[in-house]
Design a protein around this ligand. Structure first.
Ligand SMILES: Cc1cc2nc3c(=O)[nH]c(=O)nc-3n(C[C@H](O)[C@H](O)[C@H](O)COP(=O)(O)OP(=O)(O)OC[C@H]3O[C@@H](n4cnc5c(N)ncnc54)[C@H](O)[C@@H]3O)c2cc1C
Length: 424
C-alpha cells in the first residue's frame, strides 16, 4: 500500500507504508493526529515524542474538576498505554526534541538519538508566560499548564488557605471558582481595568466580576504586581502602591507563548506561531504544525490567527493527518471554546474581535443569557452562559455567514432554533 503527502497545489511527495511519521509534542493535537493517521490507514512507523512524563492527557480539567478533586487522574488520559501498543505507536515520553535537521529530514533528541522522518508534525503547544518578578521562583508559586503544576497546587486546595491568583483570564477565574468552592481565601489580581479583558466584551467581564465578588473572591483590577516576598516559600504578593497581600500559595495565569523555537531555528516562517496553510502545512512540504503552536488561516474570518483551544487542536490534528494521507480536507468549523465557573457554563463560538454591534439576549440576572457580536450585520461570535441552544445555533450561523437583526436576536419569544431556521 502506498501513502502520499499530497500538497493540494498538486505537488506530491510519495510516502510508502514502511516509512515514518514523527510527531513532536504529546498533547491534545498530537494525540489527535496520531489517532487520525491510524484511522486513515497509515501503516508505517509512527513516533510520538513528548517531554512530559505523562501519557497524552486533557488539560481543561486541570483548572476545573481535576483541580477540585472530582476526577481521577486516569480519566485525564486520552488513551491508555495499551492503545499505543496496539496501534504500534513508538511513544517516547520524558524525551525532548532539541532540533530539526530539515535537510536530512530528521529530529535530534536530547539524548542525542536521531530519528528520521518522511513527514513531521510539530504539536509543541505553548508554555505559560513567566512572571518577570523578584520572588517568582519561590516555593508555592505555580503556573497552571501541566498535570505536574496541578499536582503541586492540589495539596494547598483546602479551606482557609490563602490563594493569590495573578491574572484574571479564563484559567485564573476557573481556578478562583474551584478554590472558593473548596473554602480557600482567594484574591485575584489583574493589571487591566476589567477581568477577561483580552478575550471578551465589557458586558461579560462585568457579569463574571460580579459573580466572583458575590462568591467571596477579592478581585482587584488595574493593579500592578511588583514582586513576591518570602523565605523559602512565598509569603506575600506586593503591589506597586506598596500593598502587601498575604499568600500561602500563588498561581500565575498571565497568558501563554507558543513553542515555536524548533520551527524558528530550522528556518520555518513564524509570526505569532508557526505559519501554516489550511492543511496545516508549513513552508516545508514535509512539515506540519498543529494546535496552540500554529498560526493558521481562519477561513470564516478571512485572516490568520493562533487559537488556544481543544477544538482547534483536534481540528488541526485531523487536518494534518488528512493532508498527509491524501484524504479530503475535513470541514473546518468556526472556533469554539468553553469555560466552567461555579454553576455557569460558558460556551463561546466564533471570534468577536472587530465587532461593531453587541446584542444581549436573555437576562444576566437569571444566569442564563447570550451576548452576540455582529459586524455590519453579520454574526461574528457568541458568548452563551447556560444557553446551549444559542451556542449551537450560532456555530452554524457563523459558518454560513448569516446576517441577523439585533431585534430578532433580542426577541426571546422566538426560540434560537426558529431564529436560525429563518436566517438560513
Ligand atoms: C488549565 C487549562 C485549562 C484549559 N481549559 C480549556 C477549556 O476549557 N476549553 C478549551 O477549549 N481549551 C482549554 N485549554 C486549552 C487547551 O487545553 C489547549 O489549547 C490544548 O491543550 C492545546 O493542545 P496542543 O496539543 O496544541 O498543546 P499542548 O496540549 O500544550 O501539548 C504540547 C506538548 O508538547 C510538548 N513539547 C513542547 N515542545 C517539545 C519538544 N521540543 N519536545 C518534546 N515535547 C515538546 C509540551 O511539553 C506539551 O506536552 C486549557 C488549557 C489549560 C492549560
Amino acid at each position: 500500500m502506498r501513502h502520499e503527502i499530497r500538497n493540494r497545489k498538486e505537488h506530491i511527495v510519495d510516502l510508502s507504508a514502511s516509512e515514518r511519521i514523527v510527531i513532536v509534542g504529546a498533547g491534545q493535537a498530537a494525540a489527535q493526529a496520531c489517532a487520525s493517521l491510524r484511522q486513515y490507514g497509515f501503516a508505517g512507523d509512527l513516533a510520538l515524542i513528548g517531554e512530559e512524563p505523562e501519557l497524552p492527557y486533557q488539560r481543561p480539567p486541570l483548572s476545573k474538576a481535576y483541580m477540585k478533586g472530582e476526577l481521577a487522574k486516569e480519566r485525564l488520559y486520552f488513551k491508555p498505554m495499551d492503545w499505543y501498543r496496539a496501534q504500534s505507536v513508538d511513544l517516547k515520553l520524558e524525551t525532548r526534541v532539541n532540533a530539526l535537521d530539515r535537510s536530512a529530514c530528521r529530529v535530534l533528541l536530547e539524548n542525542e538519538e536521531t530519528l528520521s522522518y518522511d513527514a513531521l508534525i510539530l504539536a509543541t503547544g505553548s508554555r505559560p508566560r513567566t512572571l518577570p518578578l523578584a520572588g517568582a521562583g519561590l516555593a508555592n508559586v505555580f503556573d497552571l499548564r501541566t498535570l505536574g503544576d496541578v499536582e503541586g497546587v492540589r495539596p494547598h486546595m483546602r479551606a482557609g488557605c490563602r490563594l493569590v491568583i495573578i491574572g484574571a483570564g479564563y484559567i485564573g477565574l476557573e481556578a478562583a471558582a474551584v478554590a472558593r468552592q473548596l473554602g480557600l481565601k482567594v484574591t485575584v489580581l489583574e493589571m487591566a481595568d476589567r477581568v477577561l479583558a483580552r478575550v471578551t466584551s465589557p458586558v461579560m467581564s462585568a457579569f463574571y466580576e460580579a459573580e466572583h465578588l458575590r462568591q467571596g473572591v477579592d478581585i482587584r483590577t488595574s493593579v500592578r504586581v511588583t514582586g513576591l516576598t518570602g523565605g523559602s516559600s512565598v509569603q506575600s504578593v506586593v503591589l506597586d502602591d506598596g500593598t502587601e497581600i498575604p499568600a500561602d500559595v500563588v498561581l500565575a495565569g498571565i497568558g501563554i507563548v507558543p513553542n515555536v523555537e524548533l520551527a524558528e531555528a530550522s528556518g520555518l516562517g513564524c509570526s505569532n506561531g508557526v505559519l501554516v496553510d489550511r492543511d496545516t502545512r508549513t513552508q516545508d512540504e514535509r512539515i506540519f504544525a498543529v494546535g496552540d503552536c500554529a498560526c493558521r488561516p481562519l477561513v470564516h474570518y478571512g485572516r490568520r490567527g493562533r487559537l488556544e483551544s481543544v477544538h482547534n487542536a483536534i481540528e488541526q490534528g485531523k487536518l494534518a493527518a488528512a493532508a498527509i494521507m491524501g484524504k479530503p480536507r475535513p470541514v473546518e468549523d468556526c472556533p469554539w471554546f468553553w469555560s466552567d465557573q461555579y454553576d455557569l457554563k460558558l460556551q463561546i463560538a466564533g471570534l468577536s474581535e472587530g465587532y461593531d454591534t453587541l446584542v444581549v439576549r436573555g437576562d444576566p440576572g437569571e444566569r442564563k443569557f447570550a451576548v452576540f457580536y455582529l459586524k455590519a450585520g453579520r454574526l461574528l461570535a457568541v458568548d452563551a452562559v447556560n444557553s446551549a441552544p444559542e451556542f449551537l445555533a450560532s456555530k452554524k450561523l457563523i459558518v454560513s455567514g448569516a446576517s441577523l437583526a439585533p431585534d430578532t436576536l433580542r426577541d426571546t419569544t422566538q426560540s434560537m432554533k426558529e431564529i436560525a431556521a429563518a436566517a438560513a
